[in-house]
Each structure stands twice: as structure tokens, then as C-alpha cells.
Design a protein around this ligand. Structure first.
Ligand code: EPZ
Length: 424
């Protein structure tokens, strides 16, 4: 298994270009199943998760070609040959569940193995199923012969419905939007997720001929239409990758210009870095993040659904807070188990006390390199940041998590002066 070796790196300097958003491109690719016509998605990041999603589209009968040079994926789902998602792909990537809405809308049936939990939480899909049921689908969760659970939804013609989401689930909002665009009548999703990735998906669906209004607010209205046509779309930049590079500048007291990013998508991260004394300038070329002072202040973080502080930035920001002066409190309100990185950071001599979903981070840690494990995607990114600041060398294992969600992170950090490499 390959590992990432990171050595203490001086102040990172230079410019880095952010890739397309992982959490936007996955639902966009699922949306191409809603039409038999050709679709082209541009600015696609080169990620393991994107490859899995391409295989998933092919498993439904779509023809898919991914031109990595041009960062373009061409999809043509002329005929859907099955409404069942293959177990091995869903187990590889739980985001496969967003194919359920399009397949149900297109074929009247969808059968998906239960994606199951992951390191950061149970990841239930009850809100997705509540919405399909509200739209007239017969939904049942079953155990099949090999005892692996799956969920099946059947409905000849989905009907518009009023759906209240008990919490603003990103995946449920995406799945239900895609089921509703071909339903008969009007669907209203209340307490919808407001993330930029939802807006990107709604913009794409409307380009395909759908009628989606209100994306980006907590109330989304969808007028069903008969058919959707093919359309082209460029993926929005990855706000979490951008935030991760902002933290790389902060933790190494560097000076980085981050291009191809939308500052509006990372407002909470900008605000919190400024509270710590990091200089963040919105320039014509991009966002410039620099540290001009030796002592950085502590600040408290509480993760919330968008537009609150993003849970996907919590591990990276906590790592940075171990190095500033003074204690901080970090609260994780979105996932029930997203503190797996604390155990690994403690191996690097961080002082953190976690109680439930709240952690107290002592500042002023002199991090030391150690052998650590990436427990999930963002925890892996956090350990890379820790390694940049830690004395000596840090060896990170289970790096497939990182490769799922960051396009060429080692190369990008090396270009900024980081001492990092992947070893087989
Ligand atoms: C998306 O996951 C992202 N993944 C996650 O990013 C992100 O952390 C999350 O949204 C929150 O912003 C993708 O977009 C592929 P949720 P998703 O449904 O849709 C509970 C990363 O690192 N819930 O908004 O699965 C759930 O348990 C990943 O890039 C239900 O209870 O997140 C969680 O506590 C990690 N019932 C909370 O809602 C449901 O039916 C938020 O989950 C669905 C969710």
C-alpha cells in the first residue's frame, strides 16, 4: 500500500489552481442519466470517486468517455439497461446513492445496495426514501440471500409532492431534485440543503430543460417536465480543496495565491482565518492567503449546514488550531463521529480533549512527525497539513481516502515548496 511522506516544510509560497468540485461533479454525472441525449461535463477533477461514478453510469447502460487531458466527460445514457446499481460500486462510494433518483425517474424502478456507514458516521438515507415515498414510490428495504441489505423504490410515474427534510441533507436534496424534474406536477422541498453544489446541480438540470427554482435557499420548487435533453456544463471549483490550501498557507505561515476559486463559497473559512490574524485578500487573480505575524490567535469553530462553517473543513482547521496560541473549542454538529483525526494528531503531540461532539484544542503545540493513518478523506488532508508543520517526518497510510477527493494534492503542494511525496 502506498503512503505519503511529509517532512517539515518552510513557508509555502506561490500559486495553486483549484480543481473542479468532487461534491458537485458526482451529482452532475448522476443527472446525465435523466436523458437519452449526449451530455458533456467539463472541468472534471481527476479523482478515484469520479472513476467509480463513471463505472456506475456504464453499469446502467450509459456510454461514458473521460478525457483526463481535457478534463471532460462525455455521457450518453440512450438506453437504461438495468435499474439495479452493482453492490461493489456502491460499497466503494456511498455517493452512488444519488443515482437512485435519476434511475427511478427514468425507468420507474431503482434498486440500490444500502451504502452503509463510514468512518464519520452512520450515513442513513431515510430522508431520501421519505421523499421518494412522498412522490408515490413503493419503497422497501430488504435483506437478500447474502444478507446484504438493499433498498428498492418502484413507481411508474412519480408525482409532485411537498417534502420536508428533517435536516438539510445535501444528498437527499440532490436525489429528490433529480427525481422531481420528471415527476407529474410540482414538488416542493422544504428545509433543503443550500450548498453551492445544490445550486450547480439545479443550474445543470435547468440547462437540460428542467424547471427548478429556489436552489441555494431552504425552499426549492420543481415543476415536473416530460423529457430532458442533453446539455453541457462546467463544474464549479472545489471549495473544500480551496479551503484546504488556505489552511496550508496558514499552518506554514506562508503566502499562497489560490486561483480558480469562488471566495463566496468559503466565507466562514475566510472569516475564521482572519479572526486568527491570517491575512486573506480577494485579488483579481484569486484569493491571497498569507501570514505576516509570528503569533496567531485562537478561535472557536462550530460546523453547520451551509452557509455555516463547513464540516468538511473541520479536521483541517482543528489541525491549524493546535499550532496557534491559546485554546479553542471545536464543535461538530453535522456528523456524529468526525473526530477520528484527533487520535492521529495526538500521536504527533497535539493536545486535544474530545467529549462527544465537542473538542478542546490546546494551542501552541510543537507537532512532531509520526506514523499516522488517514481514517477518512478530510482527516487525511488534515494529517498532511500537520506533517507540513511537524518536526521531522510524518508517514501517512491508507492514503486511498485522500486520492478519492483531492486531484494531485502532492504535486500541487510540492510546487508550493512542500516537502511531500507518495512512496509505494
Ligand atoms: C455530502 O454528504 C458530502 N458528500 C459530504 O462530503 C459532506 O460532508 C456532507 O454533504 C455535508 O455537507 C458529497 O456531496 C458526495 P448529508 P451527504 O446527507 O449528502 C444525516 C467529503 O468529505 N442524514 O448532508 O451524505 C447524516 O447522517 C464528504 O467530501 C440523515 O439523517 O451528507 C448526517 O449526519 C464527507 N438522513 C447529516 O444528515 C438522510 O437521509 C448530513 O448528511 C441523509 C442524511
Amino acid at each position: 500500500m502506498s503512503k505519503i511522506l511529509v517532512k517539515k516544510s518552510g513557508a509555502l509560497k506561490g500559486r495553486v489552481e483549484v480543481s473542479g468540485s468532487k461534491n458537485a461533479v458526482l451529482p452532475l454525472l448522476a443527472a446525465t442519466l435523466l436523458t437519452g441525449e449526449e451530455c458533456v461535463i467539463a472541468d472534471v477533477p481527476d479523482l478515484k470517486d469520479v472513476e467509480v461514478m463513471c463505472k456506475l453510469l456504464e453499469s446502467f447502460g450509459a456510454s461514458v468517455s473521460f478525457d483526463k487531458e481535457k478534463k471532460k466527460i462525455r455521457v450518453k445514457a440512450e438506453k437504461i439497461t438495468t435499474s439495479e446499481a452493482p453492490c461493489e460500486l456502491v460499497k466503494l462510494m456511498r455517493a452512488s446513492v444519488v443515482a437512485m433518483g435519476p434511475i427511478l425517474a427514468r425507468t420507474g424502478k431503482a434498486k440500490v445496495p444500502l451504502p452503509g456507514g463510514c468512518a464519520i458516521g452512520d450515513r442513513p438515507i431515510n430522508l431520501h426514501l421519505k421523499g421518494f415515498h412522498a412522490m408515490g414510490a413503493d419503497v422497501e428495504t430488504k435483506e437478500d440471500e447474502e444478507q446484504s441489505g438493499y433498498v428498492q423504490a418502484v413507481c411508474k410515474q412519480l408525482k409532485g409532492a411537498e417534502i420536508y427534510l428533517d435536516n438539510p441533507s445535501v444528498g437527499a436534496t440532490e436525489n429528490l431534485m433529480m427525481a422531481a424534474v420528471l415527476a407529474k406536477g410540482t414538488t416542493v422541498i422544504e428545509n433543503a440543503a443550500e450548498e453551492p453544489e445544490i445550486v450547480d446541480l439545479a443550474n445543470y438540470l435547468n440547462k437540460m430543460g428542467a424547471n427548478v427554482k429556489g436552489a441555494g435557499t431552504d425552499l426549492i420548487k420543481i415543476e415536473g417536465v416530460k423529457k430532458l435533453h442533453g446539455a453541457n456544463h462546467a463544474v464549479i471549483p472545489d471549495r473544500i480543496e480551496a479551503g484546504t490550501f488556505m489552511l496550508a498557507a496558514a499552518i506554514t505561515k506562508g503566502d499562497i495565491l489560490i486561483t480558480n476559486m469562488l471566495p463566496n463559497h468559503v466565507r466562514p473559512v475566510i472569516a475564521k482565518l482572519r479572526e486568527c490574524g491570517v491575512v486573506v485578500e480577494d485579488t483579481d487573480e484569486g484569493l491571497r492567503v498569507s501570514v505576516k505575524r509570528q503569533i496567531l490567535r485562537a478561535t472557536d469553530i462550530k460546523t453547520l449546514p451551509y452557509p455555516g462553517f463547513p464540516t468538511d473543513m473541520q479536521p483541517q482547521f482543528m489541525t491549524f488550531l493546535t499550532t496557534v496560541s491559546g485554546p479553542s473549542v471545536v464543535q461538530e454538529t453535522v456528523f456524529e463521529n468526525r473526530f477520528m483525526h484527533i487520535k492521529e494528531l495526538k500521536k504527533m503531540k497535539a493536545t486535544i480533549i474530545a467529549r462527544g461532539r465537542r473538542a478542546i484544542v490546546a494551542g501552541g503545540s510543537k507537532l512532531e512527525g509520526a506514523k499516522v493513518r488517514a481514517t477518512d478523506l478530510r482527516a487525511g488532508a488534515a494529517l498532511i497539513l500537520a506533517g507540513l508543520a511537524a518536526k521531522g517526518e510524518t508517514e501517512i497510510s491508507d492514503i486511498y481516502h485522500i486520492e478519492r477527493g483531492y486531484d494531485g494534492i502532492c504535486g500541487k503542494l510540492t510546487a508550493l515548496g512542500a516537502n511531500i511525496k507518495i512512496v509505494p
